[in-house]
Design a protein around this ligand. Sequence first.
Ligand code: C2E
Ligand code: MG
Ligand code: MG
Ligand code: MG
Length: 292
Amino acid sequence: HTKSIGRNTYSYFTHAMNKEVSRRLAIEEQIHGALERNELSVHYQIQLDILDGSIMGAEALLRWNNPTLGSVSPAEFIPIAEQTGVIEPMGEFILKRALEAAKTWQNQFNDNFRVAINLSPRQFRNPHLVQAIKDQVELMGMKPDDLELEITEGVLLSGHAYTLEALMKLSKAGFCISMDDFGTGYSSLSYLRTYPFKILKIDRSFINDMNKDEKSHELIIATIEMAHALGIQVIAEGVETQEQLDELSFMMCDYAQGFLISKPAPFDELLQIGENYKELHQQIVKQAKPSS
Ligand code: C2E
Ligand code: MG
Ligand code: MG
Ligand code: MG
């Protein structure tokens, strides 16, 4: 009897594993021409200034839609893009798109709007990364200040001298460098000491738990205080409820990003939000500051 359960379990896992392996193989196979076949697009998610309720900027996030695979999440394809090297042309693509979007937004709404892109470890191995970013920004008539570069500790873990050098150059040139997903992984405090971060993004797992778990709540308070003492601003990621936003406002968190404010959306939808923003803004600010 035990034996047959064992065998069923075995075949169940083999089946699941085969499915996983074949999907991975299909992703590896399809990812190569994805850019050329126009299967990639960029979605934007608003970053809200909690203090005055204005739109500070937006994070650009890659989307991939393939005829056979359907929509593939970045969590699934970015690691493969990293390994195969296609992250390089993808990175150029999103940089260009994001800057175009920021320029359009600035012309239509406000000059201070900033767009954020994510940079992955592989991109730092390219010795021309810094110059390529500078050139693209200049070519489009934008300022370094218009671009936020988000990196996770995966970029820093290697501890390569060229990563530090590239980040220092980018920072000196005026680009805004952010530490993404702060609080997950190793998140060594020495990163904050060594690297020129202007912004720290608290990982959404903490925000998700903040009203259920005392420790998460206290860790957010301590992180905001520590960041501010270092002259670093804070973005809370994954804000999904008004209760969380109110609490973050009370904690003096600078910015919020999450489904409550907006889901990542195509640029024309973002523009639509911008058009209707006065209302949304009043709603959010009113609720975030019940006393005023
Ligand atoms: P990330 O940089 O931390 O981006 C935030 C992720 O959280 C996005 O997932 C976003 O859709 C999701 N998110 C935002 N607000 C909420 C919320 O309120 N609730 C929940 N549950 N989720 C929320 P997405 O778009 O699936 O991207 C996943 C990750 O893939 C990103 O995490 C980033 O690390 C990577 N990624 C996406 N686009 C790029 C890219 O162009 N280049 C690189 N190198 N990585 C990228
Ligand atoms: Mg990010
Ligand atoms: Mg993040
Ligand atoms: Mg993340």
